[in-house]
Write a protein that binds this ligand. Structure first.
Ligand SMILES: NC(=O)c1ccc[n+]([C@@H]2O[C@H](COP(=O)([O-])OP(=O)(O)OC[C@H]3O[C@@H](n4cnc5c(N)ncnc54)[C@H](O)[C@@H]3O)[C@@H](O)[C@H]2O)c1
Length: 338
């Protein structure tokens, strides 16, 4: 690939996108964003993007609108399990069929590289062994299923001039100008800061792979710039071995940082999502990607930024924001602006 690329980042106004887009710019790439803007205004600290931001739905993308891009980083999605459960059909329409539609339009437009933001949650209930990219998938939610279907549909388009790659990201943590507090580390920090207790939503026993949002962004940069043979139609687990931990271990670390007790939220039960993941392939194949954050440092970062900006959990919970839009009649059942 040429050293400077013109890159379309979908979902650039979300949690990962707000960190990733500037990181690509710093690396010298030209960035254009495409986003429906569902979370516009839900800012955590200053958010001043300096690139062209298009407002639109990936489900409506046309080949004409994608001409001239070297690569697409496709982040736009219904990004978590609770929204996925709300309406699985809508989750499939965006996360799987919408992603495949965008990839097809990209291939028609001559875009050479398509980086899909997949998820380790497609491994679902995985048992005690660390799963690799070759392991069986066992999703326990429509969200996890939608990511598998998307990989399969996009994979069918791979050919000598169109190279998709699938970054199966661990659960993210850390500060972003478009913060989410519905993901475990950030959620526990917000609970400690606001309620004075680290409130667990499950019994804390499940294993989870975690990764800092900035390290996810570095992984996309590494795949963007890697040789075609390395990434063509390949899946990569993105995270680091030190950050595969039980939820209760995270809770104890947050509790220590805030000097707050760990408590169980009302109705806290077991959680079927339980998986340990191997990151050996990304370590081996992507030497340009080396994660730099760890969960304890990320907890410190969150605590400092929450001190500086405050954290309104409703504002940073994706499901609540979507429900706000649907209750007010701004979004329809398929999550399209009316
Ligand atoms: N955050 C995580 O822990 C995590 C972990 C693994 C994978 N991922 C994946 O990474 C991607 C980004 O996650 P995130 O945490 O930034 O999510 P997010 O919800 O914060 O951001 C998603 C963005 O996509 C936009 N969007 C949604 N549907 C769209 C559509 N149809 N057309 C155009 N824009 C649309 C939203 O407005 C939002 O700005 C998602 O694909 C998610 O599934 C995230």
């Amino acid at each position: 690939m040429s050293s400077t690329m013109r890159v379309l980042v979908t979902g650039d106004r979300g949690y990962v996108g707000a960190v990733l887009a500037p990181l690509l710019q710093e690396a010298g790439h030209e960035v254009v964003g495409l986003d429906t803007g569902w979370y516009d205004g839900c800012d955590f600290g200053p958010y001043r993007p300096e690139y062209e931001q298009r407002t639109g739905d990936i489900r409506d993308a046309t080949a004409e609108s994608l001409h001239g891009f070297d690569a697409i980083v496709h982040l736009a999605a219904i990004s978590n399990d609770p929204i996925g459960h709300l309406n699985p059909e809508t989750t499939y329409s965006v996360n799987a069929f919408g992603a495949a539609h965008l990839a097809e339009a990209a291939r028609t437009a001559g875009v050479g590289r398509f980086l899909f933001s997949s998820s380790c949650s497609l491994y679902g209930a995985a048992g005690d062994e660390a799963v690799t990219e070759e392991s069986a998938t066992n999703p326990v939610t429509p969200y996890g299923e939608s990511k598998i279907l998307a990989e399969q549909l996009i994979g069918k388009l791979a050919d000598e001039s169109f190279s998709p790659a699938y970054l199966r990201n661990a659960t993210a943590y850390g500060a972003s100008p478009r913060l989410r507090t519905d993901i475990v580390v950030n959620n526990l920090c917000a609970s400690a800061a606001n309620a004075g207790e680290v409130r667990l939503a499950s019994d804390g026993t499940p294993w989870r792979p975690l990764v800092h949002v900035e390290d996810i962004s570095r992984a996309f940069l590494a795949v963007l710039e890697a040789g075609r043979d390395t990434i063509h139609d390949q899946a990569f687990n993105i995270g680091r071995d030190e950050d595969v931990m039980q939820v209760r271990t995270v809770a104890q670390a947050v509790a220590a940082r805030y000097d707050a007790p760990v408590t169980l939220a009302a109705g806290a039960g077991s959680d079927a999502r339980d998986y340990r993941v191997s990151f050996a392939k990304a370590t081996r194949e992507l030497p340009a990607f080396r994660p730099v954050w760890t969960v304890p440092i990320g907890i410190d970062e969150m605590a400092e930024q929450i001190d500086a900006y405050g954290v309104d959990e409703d504002r940073f919970t994706r499901l609540r924001q979507i429900q706000c839009h649907t209750d007010a009649g701004r979004l329809d059942d398929l999550l399209r602006w009316r």
